[in-house]
Design a protein around this ligand. Sequence first.
Ligand SMILES: NC(=O)c1ccc[n+]([C@@H]2O[C@H](COP(=O)([O-])OP(=O)(O)OC[C@H]3O[C@@H](n4cnc5c(N)ncnc54)[C@H](OP(=O)(O)O)[C@@H]3O)[C@@H](O)[C@H]2O)c1
Length: 249
Amino acid sequence: MPTAEPPGSVLLTGASQGIGRAILLSLARDKQPVVSLSRTRPELPDSTGSEFDYVAWKQLDLSNADEVARCATSLRATVIRALVLCAVDYGANERHPVAATSAQEWQRAIVTNCIGHSLLVSLLLPKLIANPPGIIVNLSSDVAVLPAPGRAAYAASKAGLHAVLRTVAAEHSEEQLRVYQLIPTFQSITDGIRRRRPAGFDFSGYADPALIAEIVRKIVSPAGSEAAPGTYLIQRDGTLHSYPEITHL
Ligand SMILES: NC(=O)c1ccc[n+]([C@@H]2O[C@H](COP(=O)([O-])OP(=O)(O)OC[C@H]3O[C@@H](n4cnc5c(N)ncnc54)[C@H](OP(=O)(O)O)[C@@H]3O)[C@@H](O)[C@H]2O)c1
């Protein structure tokens, strides 16, 4: 019996915790091969099944351009079907005005979230479009499109990557590359968010990261997604609402 062509891997940044880790688990349970990228190795639950046979990990610090380049080179022999961008450096824990934002905080957030991801995308684009259609999914944020008082460095980094990916989408046809930018309209309980909330904070209004993970799993499914490429607001009930970006003036 001829065996089916392997579908290729999903490359996932920020897989060690939070929404990225939830995406990793969701893809692994779906037996979609994943190459996960983060500075620390994702801790996987004990499993008697074989789902984690599909998970690989490469250590990567996105704030180091040389490491990003080496990582891209090390993936030369890997077929990559989709790239999911979920890593984030939220910057300082406390909100503060632009005038109180330090050089180090601007640097940290923008270098990791925007420049590191942009470099990874640019280095992997030829690979993504070699097996069309390649897929890019970016966990964007409301701060990329709305004012974000007290969170300027984070907002700048997210808006920068959002703009880069709109440009990448405009440079390719949908037959070559499908670019999705997802903007959650609610907060999810993640390690990064926990660190930024005071002790005793009530998280009852926050979502389980698995909600977003399920949406991403469907978008990158080898069976193909019903959702057209573009920017979407993710609603609390798990539905996607198209977000009309300005395309001309
Ligand atoms: N949580 C929410 O409510 C929410 C709302 C809107 C949008 N988002 C977006 O959703 C995404 C995930 O957020 P989250 O709350 O799940 O984040 P999180 O819990 O803080 O996890 C961040 C991930 O990024 C990785 N990371 C951080 N700095 C890195 C670096 N220099 N190089 C490589 N990896 C690095 C971390 O892994 P290592 O430390 O192991 O490197 C970790 O896996 C982000 O894009 C965020 O903007 C989240």
